[in-house]
Design a binder for this molecule. Sequence first.
Ligand SMILES: Cc1cc2nc3c(=O)[nH]c(=O)nc-3n(C[C@H](O)[C@H](O)[C@H](O)COP(=O)(O)O)c2cc1C
Length: 177
Amino acid sequence: MEPALGTWEAIDSLRVVRTFADQPLEPAALERILNAGRRAGSSKNLQRWAFIVCRDREHLLELSTIGPWAGHLAGAAVAVALVTPDPRAEDAPLSIEFDLGRAAQNMVLAAWELGIGSVPATVYEHERAADLLGLPDGMHCEYVLSFGYPGDASSLSAPNRAGGRRPLAELIHAERW
Ligand SMILES: Cc1cc2nc3c(=O)[nH]c(=O)nc-3n(C[C@H](O)[C@H](O)[C@H](O)COP(=O)(O)O)c2cc1C
């Protein structure tokens, strides 16, 4: 497990990977990724998340049907389902989704530093996802992350797509909008 990138290099080179090599993740690499999620800060330090780790190929194939753009889960080395209390419950604080996004990005960056790619799958079939993941009542999964070494190793160092992100000048306002 040899980290290859610094923080800024990881942030600036990160892109999604949807095709994975037939190569398992080393247990230490998976633990690093999960710890990166665990380590994220959250509102009032409530840490209202759980991560379900799925590695069984049959299970991954089933999970690849939870949304129209979830097919990549079928070929992932590991899927990590991001589970929270239902953010659509009336009393759910807005911060759940913010907190979960931070945990997810921590995992994705920790993986990228180790040469491991990832991509989210958005859940559309919520009941099916809850069933496949064995979620207890009140718990909700909106995103599942695929992880794996990229099928094409050159994707780790490919230059950013031109126009892939809006320029800073379009986003930044000084003092007031
Ligand atoms: C909230 C969220 C949901 C996403 N859902 C999916 C998805 O269901 N399937 C998929 O293939 N990619 C999904 N993506 C990946 C986006 O398509 C990707 O981040 C975007 O195209 C930028 O890609 P890049 O970082 O390689 O430039 C999702 C990304 C985010 C942030």
